[in-house]
Design a protein around this ligand. Structure first.
Ligand SMILES: O=C(O)CCC(=O)C(=O)O
Ligand SMILES: [Fe+2]
Length: 220
């Protein structure tokens, strides 16, 4: 599956949103064939492929039941659905680099499963100055999600003002089938409210090439 031309309008909308406000929420926007392929793949994934998600990286990695309780499975190019997904993210990356000069260099992503009661408390995906994750992407694979099912993504936008109503700075997203959320990783704290039924998603991050710090040439 390739996405050479068909997604240009979508990529343009995402790009404009990012330039304007730093995030983009596009309900039901992931191409239907790709969404279905990913959901079918996810349903067939044996449960042992999913591991409790941790917080922090490498040696600081730990599991913390107070912060997040979901299970994840990292995505690699080893099946049709994952290849189609990575191809799509590569097209998005190329588009955003062309339009916004973001210098996105690499991408990593995982499937996530939040069982009933699972959550991910308020956090940021990256911290300023660490030069790691630049742009977060989340897509949802849940058919017929309703407001009663919980599991909303809440994004905190410190820049949204114009009212004294405190809730104005919160953006709530239902994890509905094919909905795409993209945001600048360092800018937006966010959380996943407890899901009341199984909730499936993909979360991914575009990174900069920080090989200058490490004195390593980028892989060719
Ligand atoms: O699933 C979501 O809505 C967001 C997940 C998330 O914030 C993360 O995995 O870092
Ligand atoms: Fe996150």
């Amino acid at each position: 599956m390739t996405y050479s031309g068909g997604d240009t309008t979508l990529f343009e909308s995402i790009s404009n949103d990012i330039a304007e406000k730093g995030y983009s929420i596009r309900p039901y926007a992931l191409p239907e064939d790709l969404t279905r392929l990913l959901l079918n793949h996810l349903i067939e994934l044996p449960t042992e492929k999913f591991k409790r998600a941790g917080i922090g990286r490498a040696k600081d990695h730990m599991i913390n039941d107070f912060i997040r309780t979901d299970e994840i499975s990292w995505i690699a190019r080893n099946n049709e659905a994952s290849c189609a997904w990575i191809n799509w993210t590569e097209s998005l990356q190329a588009y955003l680099n062309r339009r916004l000069f973001l210098g996105l260099f690499s991408f990593e992503s995982h499937f996530a499963h939040y069982a009933k009661g699972d959550f991910y408390k308020k956090h940021k995906d990256a911290f300023k100055g660490e030069g790691n994750r630049v742009l977060s992407v989340v897509v949802y694979l849940n058919q017929h999600w309703s407001a009663d099912d919980g599991g909303e993504l809440v994004i905190y936008d410190k820049n949204s003002r114009g009212s004294t109503v405190i809730d104005n700075s919160k953006i709530t997203v239902l994890p509905s089938y094919g909905t795409i959320v993209v945001f600048l990783s360092e800018e937006f704290p966010h959380e996943v409210l407890p899901a009341k039924r199984d909730r499936y998603s993909i979360a991914g991050w575009f990174r900069l090439n920080n090989s200058i710090d490490n004195n390593i040439d980028p892989p060719s």
